[in-house]
Design a binder for this molecule. Structure first.
Ligand code: KG4
Length: 336
């Protein structure tokens, strides 16, 4: 690793604290992640004050662990990076302030990155990057959007949810059905045990093929159905919900890719860990389409994706000052 560019990445935008060492924006030397799921489970959602306090208590331990797992010290770092947006303000501050302290103390550049762009970068820690442009589908607890990605930092939003994010819908439906938190894995597990496998819920946005998503209606449909038919088997309703929630993602991403005449498609974010979604994408893709998804560990929040993306900003000299700030919203642009 002598001639490699070594970075430290930090992530604390929501409910995972993570520190990672990546060489040359590609080779993950360590990726330490502590999830706060157990702290938020009783509330069935992330409590911002609890999240930021837990990040603060954990981050220094993870930085030390990431360095020692990679077999290096602070003096070996060429840059330090952190997620600066979007996310919970109090949580974002923990990673960004820590990275500023390291940047100042070690005299190394600071790179503040967009969490959504980092998610879209995650698969390239394992796979070779395709030629630009590619279509990116980002599906997590806070975001559901389709992007046209023309290069590092050149990202245009071409479709997004009009209300809830898909992961949020999994979490809310799971909470309503009493299946557990986080809802995505709980619903996937229940759906896999369904026997009848009937998709009895209405289709999401069945009208013309535009690029919007909407998840509040399907959530209401689950509630309405269970009130009218309280004896419905939980595995069967989980199956019906999951099919409807995922089929719109598949339909939208392929129609965007085909309209834009782009064959490379990157799927990123926590919901990309869903096995049924991977199966549907495989079934619906054409032979010339290249679907790129990270392994489940890199789909959920982690600092390796932050550090890997930051490498590209580091080598092109796009560094941030110590006065840079956190932002609740993304900087990715929208096509009007
Ligand atoms: O990307 P992520 O770790 O965090 C952010 O939202 O930033 O995504 C978490 C979301 C949660 O809503 C969770 O329920 C969902 O991803 N999720 C899944 C699965 N695993 C996690 N949704 C569906 N199927 C899964 N297997």
């Amino acid at each position: 690793m002598k001639n490699a560019v070594i970075g430290l990445g930090l992530e604390s935008s929501c409910d995972e604290t993570s520190a990672s060492i990546v060489a040359d924006g590609k080779t993950v030397l360590s990726n330490e992640i502590v999830s706060q799921i157990d702290l938020h489970r009783e509330y069935c959602g992330v409590v911002p004050e609890i999240a930021s306090r837990a990040h603060l208590e954990t981050i220094n331990i993870l930085i030390d662990r990431a360095l020692s797992r990679a077999g290096i010290g602070f003096a070996d770092l060429d840059y330090v990076s952190a997620t600066a947006r979007p996310g919970l303000i109090g949580s974002l501050l923990i990673a960004l302030q820590s990275s500023k302290a390291i940047s100042y103390a070690m005299g190394i550049p600071l790179i503040a990155v967009d969490h959504l762009e980092a998610h879209l970068y995650a698969p390239f820690l394992e796979k070779n990057m395709p030629a630009y442009p590619y279509i990116g589908l980002l599906i997590s607890g806070g975001n559901t959007a389709i992007y046209r990605v023309a290069g590092i930092g050149l990202i245009e939003t071409i479709g997004k949810t009009t209300d809830d994010a898909v992961g949020e819908a999994f979490d809310k439906v799971s909470k309503f059905l009493g299946l557990g938190y986080p809802g995505g894995p709980a619903i996937e597990k229940a759906a896999a045990m369904a026997v009848a496998k009937r998709v009895f819920l209405p289709k999401i946005l069945p009208g013309p093929d535009d690029r919007r998503f909407s998840y509040s209606g399907i959530k209401t449909a689950v509630i309405t159905h269970m009130k009218a038919h309280p004896d419905t088997d939980l595995n069967e309703i989980a199956y019906a919900f999951q099919e409807r929630a995922l089929e719109i993602l598949v339909r939208r991403v392929f129609s965007a890719a085909r309209d834009e005449k782009i064959a490379n498609i990157v799927i990123a974010g926590g919901v990309a860990a869903n096995g049924r979604l991977r199966e549907m994408l495989r079934d619906e893709s054409r032979p010339d389409e290249n679907i790129i998804i990270a392994s489940p560990l890199l789909c959920t929040d982690n600092a390796a994706m932050v550090c890997g993306l930051a490498y590209h900003y580091f080598i092109s000299g796009k560094h941030d000052g110590l006065d840079c700030d956190v932002h609740a919203r993304t900087a990715l642009s929208s096509r009007s």
